[in-house]
Design a protein around this ligand. Structure first.
Ligand code: ZN
Length: 311
């Protein structure tokens, strides 16, 4: 019995061992079979599907990001004129004027003419007009310096802002960057919405006649169909700015050009002037205007003219 028992036990152990071996073989076979399937290898299979979509979403995000960046630019551009509006909009529009008067400060809106790329889309030349004109023309450029007008305009506009602020004016810039897309009508509306005391538009001139040089200013005529009631103030502003800018720079004083062909003037509901600071098609004037020193003189001259207008 003892021996039989022992033998029996030995047999059972052998059976158990071989059973265990069989089971483990089956497990191995099963898992080998299952390898390509996702479930038993959660680590691998889960990671694969997640990685792929992530790459895809990164790509997709990149694709989305690019257009967004592109659209951001126009948005920023549109935000540009909106930004200044935000300052006085905190107060009800009517109290804006009161606040400025209370301060004893005059509000000047400055528009640096043109932008990196002109916009040839059309807009009415004035409120309700059937005549259409490009939203923003390309502007001229320096015959010698190759400096584009939109850059020069902004450089002088920023200097003018600094001079006016140092003299206690409240100043709002239509644009502070070159790469914007703001139509001439929209620029005027910035000044209108803020009920600016003066809207100063900074430009430089161009002519086929390379000897043409000097400063001129522009406003509407007495018969302007959109804002003739503003002629007298705009003309006075134009005169003062013309005299003072010519005096400060020593440039030739041309004249005040009264015309109703300028959208940016026709859309205006506040006194306005365009300053044509000089001719970029004249080599000597082009080179002068490109210098910091002369730009500062222009800014001081325009500011002196604005001072005289408000006196
Ligand atoms: Zn211009």
């Amino acid at each position: 019995m003892e021996r039989e028992k022992i033998a029996n036990i030995g047999l059972w152990v052998k059976r158990l061992v071989s059973l265990a071996a069989l089971v483990s073989l089956m497990i191995v076979a099963y898992s080998l079979n299952r390898q390509p399937m996702p479930a038993p290898q959660p680590g691998e299979t889960v990671s694969t599907p997640i990685t792929r979509p992530t790459e895809e979403t990164i790509q997709a995000t990149e694709q989305i990001t690019q257009p967004t960046e592109e659209t951001t630019q126009p948005t920023e551009q549109i935000a540009q004129p909106v930004e200044p509006t935000t300052i006085p909009t905190e107060l009800p529009p009517e109290s804006t004027e009161a606040t400025v008067e209370q301060d004893g400060r005059n509000l000047v809106v400055i528009d640096a003419g043109h932008q990196t790329k002109g916009n040839s889309q059309k807009e009415p030349v004035g409120p309700g007009a059937s005549t259409m004109k490009a939203k923003v023309a390309g502007g001229t450029r320096g015959v010698a310096t190759k400096l584009p007008e939109y850059k020069l305009n902004l450089m002088v506009a920023m200097k003018l802002q600094a001079v006016l602020e140092s003299r206690g004016y409240q100043v709002v810039m239509v644009r502070t960057e070159n790469d914007v897309d703001i139509s001439n009508a929209e620029r005027a509306q910035v000044a209108n919405e803020l009920k600016a005391d003066a809207f100063i538009r900074i430009h430089a001139n161009g002519s086929e006649n390379s000897s043409a040089n000097g400063i001129l200013t522009i406003c509407q005529t007495k018969k302007n169909p959109y804002n003739k009631e503003l002629h007298d103030k705009s003309y006075l502003l134009s005169q003062r700015v013309l005299e003072q800018t010519a005096a400060a720079t020593g440039a030739k004083k041309l004249y005040v050009w009264e015309t109703d062909t300028m959208s940016g003037i026709n859309w205006c509901q506040v006194p306005t002037t365009i300053v044509e600071m000089g001719f970029m098609t004249n080599e000597e004037e082009d080179r002068k205007m490109a210098t910091d020193e002369y730009q500062q003189k222009l800014a001081v001259g325009i500011a002196n003219g604005i001072d005289r207008y408000f006196d």
